[in-house]
Design a protein around this ligand. Sequence first.
Ligand SMILES: [Zn+2]
Length: 248
Amino acid sequence: MQTRCRVPGPTGIVAVTETQFIVVCLNPRKPCSRAFAHGRFAPPASFATNPPIRLVDLRVACPDAFVDLVYSKPDNVFGRVLYQCEHAWLLDATAAKLAVAASEARAHGYALLVLDAYRPVSIQRVMWDLVPDDDFVAPPSRGSAHNRGAAVDVTLATPDGVGLPMPTEYDEFSNRASHDWDGAPSEPAERRAILRAIMERAGFSAYHAEWWHYSDPDHVGGPVLDIVPCCEAVAGAAPRDAGGGSPR
Ligand SMILES: [Zn+2]
């Protein structure tokens, strides 16, 4: 189990519980990676200058939203499974904003459907090797807000979680995915605008080239992370835990 979860590079220390993982990076300016240590964790005093980074499982932190991670299945634009787990993670502060957005979506008769969230930078590297177009895939040398746990790809769904038609499919790498594309039928175009209004009111920033991508402007400058969530370590976070204690 340890080997499957390990990412080389002694750049940080990680603790994981069933519903969150906490990272302390040795150097916040470099990608931060280390194998999981399962269980409770207290940062050593020598790491006190680097505040811990807390990523939370959206099933717990944002139970109003649905999660369907496109990259955990082979039928995505990259044509391969990139995530071994179906858990979606975000920084705790970013997840709190998403919870606000999910609640507002419910008030409008919709639900949010999360398609991608935190993404380890090693996965970003795989994506970049396949699609080296920085309009649609951030180069791993720079890192994406996804690599910092500060971005989410999201769409509008019915209240029971069925994704609704939008101007394009997710990950259509063309100018039709832009917020500015005016060729979409009226209902998908209206949903694109509703989603944007909901997300921006909750504190997210839209990205002009992708109607689905929203980042948290308060955290896009954080450390790039390369922690690969370990399915075994989070396997205890079954849906029955979703109503349990809040990680915040
Ligand atoms: Zn995105």
